[in-house]
Design a binder for this molecule. Sequence first.
Ligand code: F0G
Length: 457
Amino acid sequence: MQTIIEPFRIKSVEPIRMTTHQEREAILKAAHYNLFALSAEDVLIDLLTDSGTGAMSSEQWAAVMRGDESYAGSASWGRFEAAVKATFGFEFVIPTHQGRAAERILFSVMCKEGDVVPNNTHFDTTRANVEYQGARAVDLVIPEGKVPEAIHPFKGNMDTGALEELIAEVGTERIPLIMITITNNSMGGQPVSMANIREVAAIAHEHGIPFYFDACRFAENAFFIKLREEGYEDSSVREIVTEMFAFADGCTMSAKKDGLANIGGFLCTNDAALAQQEKDLLILTEGFPTYGGLAGRDLEAIAVGLEEVLHEDYLEYRLASTRYLGEHIARQGVPIVQPPGGHAIYIDARAMLPHIPPLQFPGQALACELYLEAGIRSTEIGSVMFGKTEPDSGEELPADMELVRLAIPRRAYTQSHVDYVVEAIINVFERRQDIRGLKLTWQAPYLRHFTARFEQV
Ligand code: F0G
């Protein structure tokens, strides 16, 4: 059979509310053209994020009922720890309420003022947590990774030449760890090859530097390796994951992505002394080391999710449904980051709306237009999120790219939902000349994209 279907049937449904174009105009205006300010009830298809927004399986809901809410040493912790160890193979597991809590603990313990942390591309919370320690976050993705239309099977790879140069320039003593984000979310959900992982780990270990994964979308990355890397076509995804993580000394993880859960995360290491320091911090801010800010039922849902996410029929459907969206809009001429990533499609708003200057926020304008057209919520990843104000002159500087991310929640929408999204994007694309830019009317000093206000130019 050629048709790839959703490998599940639906047992429980959640109604979504239809709105009219006229209603959405008023709603958007009241939200000051910022989609974060919308009430989720006013959104028809929510592609804001794939984080914590997926559907749990009947097995996960059954496990939720087994949640043991004992403060210390609960049976749920035992099942969670066993599942994390079976999947990733690390010796010490530290549970956290989500990914960024694992990042904060890791970087507090490992980084100090003046340190440098290389990554293929830091996710924004990862960068912020590195910088909060006074360290510098350096992105070293391969050059193809920065060109939206460039085709490369592993566009998330780290530039190993640039890594060697950085190590030579700053010295090993100032690099507390080297990280690779799988898949590379900030640059289009692009995967990293096993060859690149092997090479980066070898460079790290040759210099005595620990090598870590930001593992959020590890299963999607592993399936890309199976599909695209020579020698892995006959390996199981579980074997690929085992091989990938054997190269690493630890990882951070947001279970809201490939943990198939609505909340949760963890930090892993093989270093006993480090694990002790991390647990001390954990107790201070997250909770006792056998729950780390999570309920026993959350631990159970993650334990089952980590097993289900490696089912190959699930992963085949997952990557196929994202690719389906990307291919159907690209075929009509919509410029996207190529090739389609694992969890999201990124529209290149700069290429689509060349008549809107970067500082009139073409990505934000496009995201608003998709909402008006069809009630679809997406996110701008461009000059609203990453634009900067020059400290001396006060001049506004645009971001490198103006993207709109359509992130697909796991197991939540069907193919007809995706067809609806395709139709809406094509409608907007056909009248793209009429789309107007936006003007910032208010912004917060940090992370302005969450609360900024706009009006139409
Ligand atoms: N690392 C990556 C690569 C991520 O994509 C995220 C979250 C985190 C770390 C932080 O995890 O949210 O559990 O604290 N990404 C979400 C997104 C928010 O929409 O891409 P968290």
